[in-house]
Design a binder for this molecule. Structure first.
Ligand code: PGA
Ligand code: ZN
Length: 422
């Protein structure tokens, strides 16, 4: 089946900001759609999401230029290509764009086409999307969910510095049981906040709670109690994962933990994280150091890598060259995988595949600005990554992904990825 035509339009994401929607039509009449996400704590090394810059529309955040690139240049270049050859399609768009960061046509335009064609190809083959995505060479697995409970940083009006405090239900036997545990922890966390006198008027960007806590450590203590209150054993049934997203409070070699009353150099920051890992059931830390703090990441990994997963998000930006350097230098032991950080499905799968081949872990991740597109759920299964992070158990842009995974668990035939930490 060949690509016959592309259409695209501007939609809104979960934060009320424009995003790109793409529809691909194939020669056999099969149709697929995709919607692109957008981040708030955007890494400096990410592929470029093209925004119009026209202040009269959406404060300059419109995506009409990206939309017109899909309907114009990209459609002209990819019409007639084999929709089953994902790598060929993605290569064609990378060459057409001609920049290192997809800044000319826009990573939002390119990714929208990459995913819409993948969907149309699945329709054409008459199989579920995850069965149609390029094979990763790994067994298909239902991923362990990493579920946001408390938000801070850019996602919750800077109440505390760390961006996410997540439940990692690693000791449950099935995806649905793991998600149920996380939902119970989310409810227990709400009750604890109310009892402590915090006012909660809504949820943060990714559906977690965003109380004005006094410190990051208070969030760790509350989350540990919430796991217990929900009836689970902290660290065994449900552990804690952190997204420190430290780049946003790092300046000139100093990590500014204002809520903690501390200004730390990298060694101090590593010791601080080590202390929290010792006192709380933290088994996963994302962006514990800043995106360009290459000299100190290996020390973080040496100190904590024996018991915790150390993930690079802004640090690696789903970029193969950065991941290769990280593997060479022993900088981390896991990578966060966000499709729009790199801009094509093929490159995304290359990064998760490379990380897993090196003995690292990989976590397929959504962005803070999401849509009702559930593509990520199928990607997590097809990649064999074993973990997925899409926010909390509220807000339908998050539930689109969880509910798709529940559907695929119910339909059967896919093993659940058990996570083991030594
Ligand atoms: P972002 O953050 O989508 O706002 O960049 C999500 C994350 O860091 O996991
Ligand atoms: Zn992150």
């Amino acid at each position: 089946m060949k690509i016959e035509s592309l259409n695209a339009w501007e939609i809104l994401d979960s934060r009320g900001r424009p995003a790109v929607a793409v529809e691909a039509r194939l020669s056999d009449g099969s149709v697929g759609q995709a919607q692109t996400p957008s981040g708030a704590s955007t890494g400096k090394h990410e592929a470029v999401e093209l925004r119009d810059g026209d202040a009269a529309r959406y404060g300059g955040k419109g995506v009409l230029r990206a939309v017109s690139h899909v309907k114009g240049e990209i459609a002209a270049a990819v019409t007639g290509l084999d929709a089953g050859d994902q790598a060929g399609l993605d290569r064609c768009m990378i060459e057409l764009d001609g920049t290192a960061n997809k800044g000319r046509l826009g990573a939002n335009a390119i990714l929208g086409v990459s995913c819409a064609v993948a969907r149309a190809a699945a329709v054409s083959r008459g199989v579920e999307l995850y069965r149609s995505l390029p094979a990763s060479g790994r067994p298909l697995t239902l991923p362990v969910p990493m579920v946001n409970i408390f938000s801070g940083g850019h996602h919750a009006a800077h109440n505390i510095e760390f961006q996410d405090f997540l439940a990692l239900p690693l000791g449950l036997p099935r995806f649905s049981e793991a998600l149920r545990a996380a939902a119970a922890v989310h409810t227990a966390a709400y009750e604890l906040c109310v009892e402590a006198g915090y006012v909660l008027t809504g949820v943060a960007d990714e559906g977690g709670w965003g109380p004005r806590l006094k410190s990051n450590e208070e969030a760790l203590a509350l989350l540990t109690r919430a796991i217990e209150r929900a009836g689970y054993r902290p660290g065994e049934d449900v552990a804690i994962a952190l997204d420190v997203a430290s780049t946003h409070f790092y300046k000139d070699g100093v990590y500014h933990l204002r809520s903690e009353g501390r200004r730390l150099d990298a060694d101090g920051m590593i010791s601080q994280l080590a202390g929290w890992c010792a006192r709380y059931p933290v088994l996963s830390i994302e962006d514990g150091l800043a995106e360009d703090d290459w000299p100190h990441w290996p020390e973080l990994t040496r100190r904590l890598g024996g018991r915790a997963q150390l993930i690079g998000d802004d640090f690696f930006t789903t970029n193969l060259a950065r991941v290769e350097r990280g593997i060479r230098e022993g900088s981390a032991n896991a990578v966060l995988v966000k499709m729009n950080q790199i801009g094509t499905l093929t490159e995304t799968l290359e990064v998760s595949g490379r990380a897993l081949a090196a003995g690292w872990r990989a976590v397929i991740s959504a962005r803070s600005g999401e849509t009702e597109d559930s593509f990520l759920a199928d990607l997590a299964i097809a990649s064999g990554a074993g973990q997925i992070k899409v926010g909390s158990v509220t807000r339908s842009e998050r539930l689109a992904k969880w509910n798709r995974l529940l559907e695929l668990e119910a339909k059967g035939g896919i093993e659940y990825a058990r996570l083991r930490f030594s």
